[in-house]
Each structure stands twice: as structure tokens, then as C-alpha cells.
Write a protein that binds this ligand. Structure first.
Ligand SMILES: NC(=O)c1ccc[n+]([C@@H]2O[C@H](COP(=O)([O-])OP(=O)(O)OC[C@H]3O[C@@H](n4cnc5c(N)ncnc54)[C@H](O)[C@@H]3O)[C@@H](O)[C@H]2O)c1
Ligand SMILES: O=C(O)C1=N[C@H](C(=O)O)CCC1
Length: 293
């Protein structure tokens, strides 16, 4: 781990004598967006540019991206901002008070180390981590806050709290299944949201998802094993994200459903997390912490 490069606690209210609004803007938490040209990256850049509570200080793309060296304004169909897309995470993250990251698991692991060196809040929306990759985030969380959630929307986090309660109230006569649908470009399954809902249901039953999760079904699977949690994934078109958590018993079903129709809900949650984390100590947090659920 390198010495402290960045640091938080820069936010303050009002202008100092002789200071312009542009100067004051620099005292707001400086945000770096990774995966800048991605579906979420563009959404995040637009929301940070529109916010009066934070300032965009950097944007990252993978080396070789056609967007490297171009102004982020161009990415979101706006005038030039002076912030150029970079492929240099070391120099860019050193300037950050928060890094908002919706990329890939391996990229996120590298950014976690750099955010920790800068003592910057790392907001992780990336999904598709395996257990080993999640464990590899731990050293970074000893130096700065990491806020990670498979879904940053208020609706899904509320539903997750509800899922825990419903699962606690219903016994194993109620089979639990998660069915999710996403756009044709999504690379991971089950979705991060599906895993959040499954984990909450398992917790409600006093178990972990690792013990209750049933492998994906294909062929002659045999009858369902009582008490397990199953997952099914649909991929197609431009579906933003749909999740059903189904509790199925003889004669009746309870279905908890979330439908996302606009990616702005995820970006909104991520910006909230970046601000919330500014006065938090090192550690691992999630959106339930941010939202106080
Ligand atoms: N937690 C949530 O609320 C939430 C919401 C939406 C998407 N996601 C997740 O966010 C991730 C991204 O989703 P998306 O739809 O924006 O994908 P996307 O493919 O459109 O965007 C990912 C971007 O990351 C860039 N990237 C990859 N490696 C990089 C690197 N080393 N450095 C910099 N940039 C790099 C890619 O070039 C791409 O532009 C996925 O894991 C997705 O599941 C999470
Ligand atoms: O578009 C995606 O990819 C999404 N990923 C998250 C997940 O895996 O649940 C959240 C919904 C959209």
C-alpha cells in the first residue's frame, strides 16, 4: 500500500472572500467515474455534472478505448467540461474523494487498491464477483470506506429488507425462487440484485445463500429439494432490470417484484453513497447502510 495520496473532508459551505463559484466547486468532494463510456458510466457522468454537491474531477476508461483523451461532455452530449477521459487510473484516482465504479470485477479490484491509497470512498456497483474476488476487496477496506451493492436503487433495497421479513415469516413449505430479466449485453448471471434478494431470503431463514443456493437447472434435475433457493435468468433486448422473488406453496404464491425502467435509479443511489461515505471510516458498507434500512 502506498502512502496517503488524496483525502476526504474537503466539503464546505459558502464562498470565501475573493473566491469564485468555480473555486468553491473545487472544495466539493471530487468524483472519479470509472467505465466512463459504459451504460452506467454515461449516466453517472451526467448526474455528477448536474449535481451542486460534488465535482467531477476524472473519468477512466480501459486502455485502447476510443474515448481516451476526449472530453466527458462529448460522452453525454453536452458542451466540453475540461475533464478528459483517461486510461491512467493511478494519476486519476489520486485526485478523488470518491470513485464511482461500474465496470468489471478485475478492474474494480485494481481500483479498490488505488482508492484505498487515496483514502477515497469507493462506491462499487460492479456485479459478477466470485467469492475469492469479494475476499480480495478486504485489504482495501482497511484503509477507506467501500460501499458495494448489486443494486443501488432505493426500490430494490427496500424490497431486500422486505424479502428478509417475508422469508422469516414463511416456513420451508414455501419454496423460494428468484427470476430475473436483463438486456442482451449483460455478462453475469444470476444478477447482483438476484443474489441480494436470495441472500436476504436465506438470512430470513437463519441460513446463508451459500448453503441454500441450488445449481442452475438443466436436464433431468430430479424434484426440487425442500428449503433451497433457485435462480433463473432471462437475457434479451433492452430490459433495464426485472426481478421476481417468488415464495410458492401448495395453493398460493407470494411474489415480491421490482421493475427498473430507467438506469438513473442506480446512478442516483451511487451518488448518494459517495456523499454518505465522506465522513465514514474504513470498512465495508452497502446501500442498506446508506439508506438506513
Ligand atoms: N449495482 C447496480 O445498481 C448496478 C446497476 C447497473 C449495472 N451494474 C453493473 O455495473 C457493471 C457495468 O454495467 P454497464 O451496463 O455500465 O456495462 P458496460 O459494459 O456498458 O460498461 C462498463 C464499462 O467499463 C469499462 N471498463 C472495463 N474495464 C475497464 C478498466 N480496466 N478501466 C476503465 N474502464 C473499464 C468498459 O470499457 C465499459 O465502457 C456491470 O457489472 C453491471 O452488472 C450495477
Ligand atoms: O444492467 C445491469 O447489468 C444491471 N446490473 C445489476 C445487477 O446485476 O443486478 C443491477 C440491475 C442492472
Amino acid at each position: 500500500m502506498c502512502p496517503h495520496l488524496g483525502g476526504r473532508g474537503l466539503a464546505r459551505n459558502g464562498l470565501e472572500r475573493g473566491e469564485t463559484s468555480e473555486d468553491a466547486k473545487m472544495d466539493k468532494p471530487g468524483i472519479v467515474i470509472t467505465g466512463a463510456s459504459g451504460r452506467m458510466g454515461r449516466m453517472l457522468i451526467a448526474q455528477v455534472l448536474d449535481s451542486d454537491k460534488m465535482a467531477l474531477v476524472g473519468a477512466l476508461e480501459r486502455p485502447g478505448s476510443e474515448w481516451v483523451g476526449r472530453d466527458v461532455g462529448e460522452l453525454v452530449g453536452r458542451p466540453a467540461t475540461g475533464v478528459l477521459v483517461s486510461d491512467d487510473p493511478v494519476a486519476t484516482i489520486a485526485k478523488a474523494q470518491a470513485v464511482i465504479d461500474f465496470t468489471t470485477p478485475e478492474a474494480t479490484l485494481a481500483f479498490a487498491e488505488l482508492a484505498a491509497q487515496a483514502r477515497a470512498v469507493h462506491v462499487i456497483g460492479t456485479t459478477g464477483f466470485d467469492a475469492d474476488q469479494i475476499a480480495r476487496l478486504k485489504p482495501a477496506a482497511r484503509h477507506a470506506p467501500i460501499i458495494r451493492a448489486g443494486n443501488m436503487s432505493l426500490g430494490v433495497n427496500l424490497l431486500t429488507a422486505l424479502a428478509r421479513k417475508v422469508a422469516a415469516a414463511l416456513d420451508e413449505d414455501w419454496d423460494i425462487e428468484v427470476v430475473e430479466a436483463h438486456h442482451r449485453h449483460k455478462v453475469d448471471a444470476p444478477s447482483g440484485t438476484a443474489l441480494m434478494l436470495g441472500a436476504a431470503a436465506a438470512e430470513g431463514r437463519g441460513e446463508t445463500l451459500e448453503t441454500l443456493r441450488t445449481p442452475a437447472r438443466e436436464g433431468i434435475t430430479g424434484a426440487r429439494t425442500r428449503g433451497t433457493i433457485g435462480f433463473s435468468a432471462i437475457r434479451g433486448g433492452d430490459v433495464v432490470g426485472e426481478h421476481d422473488l417468488i415464495f410458492a406453496a401448495d395453493g398460493e404464491r407470494v411474489v415480491l417484484r421490482h421493475l427498473a425502467t430507467d438506469r438513473r435509479i442506480f446512478a442516483r443511489g451511487a451518488l448518494k453513497a459517495a456523499l454518505w461515505g465522506q465522513d465514514k471510516g474504513p470498512g465495508e458498507y452497502d446501500m442498506m447502510d446508506v439508506l438506513g434500512l
